[in-house]
Design a protein around this ligand. Sequence first.
Ligand code: EPU
Length: 350
Amino acid sequence: MNPEKNVPLQPYNTFGIAAKAHVLVRVQGEDDLRAVLADPQLSTLPRQVLGGGSNIVLTGDVKALVLKMEVPGMRLAHETDKHWIIEAGAGVGWHDLVAWTLDQGCPGLENMALIPGTVGASPVQNIGAYGVELQDRFESLDAMDLFTGELFSLNAAQCGFSYRDSVFKHASGRPDGLGLAGRAVILRVRFALPKRWKPELGYADLERKMSETGIHSPDARQIFDWVCAIRRAKLPDPQVIGNAGSFFKNPTVSPEQCADIIAREPKVVHYHLDDGRIKLAAGWLIDACGWKGKTVGHAGVYEKQALVLVNRGGRENPCTGGEVMTLAKAIQTSVYERFGIRLEPEPVVI
Ligand code: EPU
């Protein structure tokens, strides 16, 4: 373990916001975490876990000890009658894992191609895209309890997954015992990839690709290529334009609330959920309020997808976290005034 001081975080957050970590430790395995816990000074600091930095907004220098997760490794851990069990280190890039599993002949993650971030961050917000969520392919994970130094494993039920949510997003100390934010550090994740693979094609963008190409029984590689093409067409590449993916969650409303909105706004994009509630497309709501292309300082709303906030100043004159949050609040206010819906941000504000 080698604590580094005053480390620039601009390369480590996909928005490209300029900020520094007062102290940063690179974590390649549990021994680095144990060394932190045994260190008289470091062990007293509050901690901030950093994965791929693709879901954070930095509003200033980080005074907490930054644990930069760099646990490597991808392997076939074992197999069951029905699944390949693939294990990956928390520091592995998510897209690298998706591509590697396909190369190994183990499909199942292809709908989630090109999602930015790391394997270790993927369970935290139960990432998902094009009809597949992490929880559909998750087997278990290993983590360390920073309060006790113990290693433990969790299965899917114990992770409490729901839409862009898990126990890792909730503060520890809840009476129900759930809530591991600030307490658990994910070291390795295992995925159960089905040996009898079936394509997941029930998403409008993929259906469009099928009719455009005339390919109605695509293999996993084909779906991977389609998802990459769809994402590249409407989501900005963080290497080119800094961003943190979707900035707000898609809100859910009751059928009554939805009927009320449809009466006023017949075109509102909405999806019926299994539990009877209705999910609204936040991007559509923001777009309808005229936000595409608008800016606050160097923070802006992406022209092709209103749900994505971007850094217009590049690496040289990056937006600040404050500008991003001012823009986000203005969007929330205007969506609330027009639709009566409170949008909830997806990224973690630090
Ligand atoms: N829409 C507009 N205007 C916009 C943006 C969207 O009218 O500016 C409409 C679209 O035409 C579409 C609907 O809103 O009818 C939904 O848009 P889209 O299909 O792009 O998906 P989304 O709901 O905006 C979600 C995830 C994405 C994921 C895609 C594909 C959330 C918050 N976002 O976006 O995830 O890639 O579906 O599955 O659930 C992320 O979380 O960072 C992310 C990119």
